[in-house]
Design a protein. Structure first.
Length: 391
């Protein structure tokens, strides 16, 4: 006779505890009571009063929830306006809203690939992209991180007549580096593969108008036919979208199961995101402040002997290596009123534990300096010095 559900789960949880990787949620203080270097509010819009007002106005005008899937009756004018604004920002014919980035990635890959098809993923892709391929039934193959040559070799060896998808993050969420999009586009087109780019961490941040990594690289619709983005990072709200051709969007409406069978994006969120899109396109000073903050952190870290990973994006990892040291340092910072993401396996490879520092346009120079001072202080107090070698 099999064990009860609780007994089975208890065994698994005990194993997780024993491994030292049991995850715990933390309750956040109000923003003004803590230094937050763990969130993805890159432009500081989540705390912008204009977005708060837009969210409240959207709820008053359209209701708190969409109440149904977009195909049943959950699509409103505010959704259409937001989709049009996103398509314009990304220089694509159309865009389609999803409730979350995870759902968008599941929907895209499931609609474009299935049994008999092949998907090629960067080895460091986000879990939602990998899960999208696994659920689609397509064969999943992983190429070396940011290595277009390895991708080329794997595509060359692949036989069969099925569809081929090349899938990559644009900005990698744990390392902060940017994929070689132009090379991935070149290799994909040479092999008749379709390039799917998840630019969750680039849209709103990169490019002259905030159009993301593909825009910054000058890549066209033909080079990057499928572009995924989220509203939960630079836009400061929640939700996601896919941008591409008329045919792509119509196909997703027909075949993307997470779109067809999910309640639509809350209209309040859509109204807030529309205001965020306006700010992103008309107020470049937010990106300019963010860029200044990235440069200031790297300067202060180098002066303090901290070796950050090579990143030009708001994601600035501090490699540590040891899991327990990483967790101890993050906990000490939290007790000191500073939130920094502690990343460890299985999210990153063994030996790759790190503090994941994320910057916002809302951060002040003195707050960044205080962060560096606290990291240096706590690593010494914990006896963890040196964690890194001075460059």
């Amino acid at each position: 006779m099999s064990a009860s559900l609780d007994a089975h789960l208890s065994t698994r949880l005990q194993q997780r505890h024993a491994s030292g990787r049991h995850r715990c949620r933390t309750v956040r203080e109000l923003p003004e009571r803590t230094l937050d270097f763990a969130g993805n509010d890159y432009l500081g819009l989540a705390l912008d009063p204009r977005l708060h007002q837009a969210l409240a106005e959207g709820a008053r005008r359209y209701g708190a929830g969409a109440t149904a899937s977009p195909l049943i009756g959950g699509q409103l004018k505010i959704h259409e306006r937001l989709e049009a604004a996103l398509a314009e920002l990304l220089d694509r014919p159309r865009a389609l809203l999803f409730p979350s980035g995870f759902q968008a990635n599941l929907g895209v890959i499931g609609a474009l690939a299935g049994r008999g098809d092949h998907t090629f993923h960067d080895r460091l892709n986000h879990a939602s992209l990998l899960d999208g391929s696994r659920l689609s039934g397509a064969r999943l193959e992983r190429f070396l991180h940011a290595d277009a040559g390895d991708l080329d070799a794997r595509l060359s060896r692949t036989k069969g007549t099925g569809a081929r998808l090349v899938v990559s993050d644009a900005v990698f969420s744990m390392d902060g580096d940017i994929a070689p999009l132009a090379e991935l586009a070149r290799v994909s087109r040479a092999h008749g593969a379709w390039l799917v780019i998840d630019d969750a961490h680039g849209v709103g941040v990169l490019g002259p108008r905030g159009g993301g990594a593909a825009s910054a690289a000058g890549l066209s619709l033909e080079q990057v036919p499928v572009l995924v983005g989220t509203l939960s990072k630079a836009f400061g709200v929640q939700g996601a979208f896919v941008a591409g051709s008329e045919s792509l969007i119509d196909a997703l409406i027909q075949f993307a199961r997470p779109y067809v069978y999910s309640t639509g994006l809350a209209p309040a969120l859509a109204n807030g995101a529309l205001e965020a899109a306006r700010i992103i396109t008309t107020e470049p000073e937010h990106r300019q402040r963010l860029g200044a903050n990235i440069a200031h952190l790297r300067k202060m870290a180098q002066a303090a002997g901290l070796t950050l990973a090579p990143s030009t994006t708001p994601i600035q990892p501090l490699p540590i290596g040891d899991e327990r040291a990483t967790m101890a340092l993050a906990q000490a910072l939290a007790q000191d009123g500073t939130r920094v993401g502690a990343i460890r396996p299985p999210t990153v490879p063994l030996g790759g534990s790190r503090l994941r520092i994320t910057l916002s346009a809302r951060h002040r120079a003195d707050q960044i300096e205080q962060l560096v001072e606290r990291i240096v202080h706590h690593r010494r107090a914990l006896g963890l010095n040196p964690l890194t070698e001075k460059p």
